[in-house]
Design a protein around this ligand. Structure first.
Ligand code: NAD
Length: 295
């Protein structure tokens, strides 16, 4: 297939590479030219988003937020080939996802929202979980592409159901990362070895993705951003964005999500500190370690 891939950041670059390595003809674009240039070993690189989207069978977006998705959709939807496909893998709010879906349908295209879970490791290994919203027959046609980029594809329902699932998932992720870091901070104070805590929790009822796969302390568990000076990975700013999406969704639907609201406030404070915003979200361990209960 001829594929335009827009947004070649931490997630988009390895996803686009996997499609290219599987034999698809991929043209990428990123507003940050250095990001795009780094992919030139595997993909063609276009000068504009419209150039990347023009004459493709499928356009995939992997963008940081709703504003970027809106901007790209407005630019590329009008130049896309009739009946071609638009897959948005970014995490955005439900209203934006629905608005972009309307734009896609109005232009005679077929679209899916397909946000992901699994992090940069999953994107690189091609083992992402995709949560998909949109028509089942569109998903069926595009399944070969999802199979290259991911290990699991769940059809969550109609338009924007993928975003709803992603928001609910990341609400848990934010809260469990804080709980995992608090658990390491307490273990340190109690004189419990970090490796021993990992050995116990990762095989006990306290286990979670935050502990088992993305352990927030260096030199413990599988390789994670903690082993790389907390370079993202998944930035604190992105986690704050996702918790803000959950916060808004809960407010709009009048849902009691108190723990999520607290996680939202904790990441809001954390990500607003310039030294942390571009660090991985697991670096919240250091903030927890540097503050006391009485402070
Ligand atoms: P990133 O910031 O590393 O990458 C986003 C890329 O989009 C950047 O290279 C940026 O330059 C580019 N971009 C921004 N505006 C653009 C525009 N108008 N046109 C073209 N390119 C533009 O972010 P990421 O970590 O790759 O995350 C991408 C999306 O995936 C986000 O919505 C995030 O919430 C979601 N996500 C990330 C992870 C993760 O672990 N990083 C996991 C699951 C989901």
């Amino acid at each position: 297939m001829k594929i335009g891939f827009i947004g070649l950041g931490n997630m988009g670059a390895p996803m686009a590479r996997n499609l290219a390595h599987a034999g698809h003809n991929v043209t990428g674009f990123d507003v940050n030219f250095d990001q795009a240039k780094a992919c030139q070993d595997s993909l063609a690189v276009a000068d504009t988003a419209a150039d990347a989207a023009n004459s493709q069978d499928v356009v995939i977006t992997m963008l940081p937020n709703a504003a970027a998705l809106n901007q790209v959709a407005v630019e590329v939807v009008p130049v896309m080939t009739p009946s071609s496909f638009f897959i948005d893998c970014s995490t955005v709010d439900i209203q934006t996802s629905k608005r972009v879906a309307d734009m896609i349908v109005a232009a005679g295209l077929c679209g899916l929202d397909a946000p992901v879970s699994g992090g940069v490791g999953g994107a690189t290994a091609g083992t992402l979980t995709f949560m998909v919203g949109g028509a089942a027959n569109t998903l069926e046609l595009l399944m070969p592409l999802f199979d290259i980029m991911g290990g699991r594809v769940i059809h969550c329902g109609d338009v924007a159901a993928g975003q709803a699932a992603k928001i609910c998932n990341n609400m848990i992720l934010g809260a469990t990362m804080i709980a995992t870091c608090e658990s390491f901070a307490l273990a340190d104070q109690l004189g419990l070895d970090r490796q021993r805590l990992f050995d116990v929790v990762s095989t006990s009822s306290g286990s979670s993705w935050s502990m088992n796969t993305y352990c927030p302390v260096p030199d413990v568990g599988p390789q994670s951003p903690a082993d790389n000076d907390y370079l993202p990975g998944f930035s604190a700013a992105m986690m704050f964005k996702d918790l803000a999406l959950a916060h808004d969704a809960a407010s709009m639907t009048n849902t009691n999500t108190r723990l999520c609201m607290l996680a939202f406030q904790i990441y809001q404070q954390f990500a607003s500190k310039p030294e942390y915003a571009e660090q991985d979200f697991s670096a919240i361990l250091n903030e927890i370690k540097n503050t006391s209960l009485k402070a």
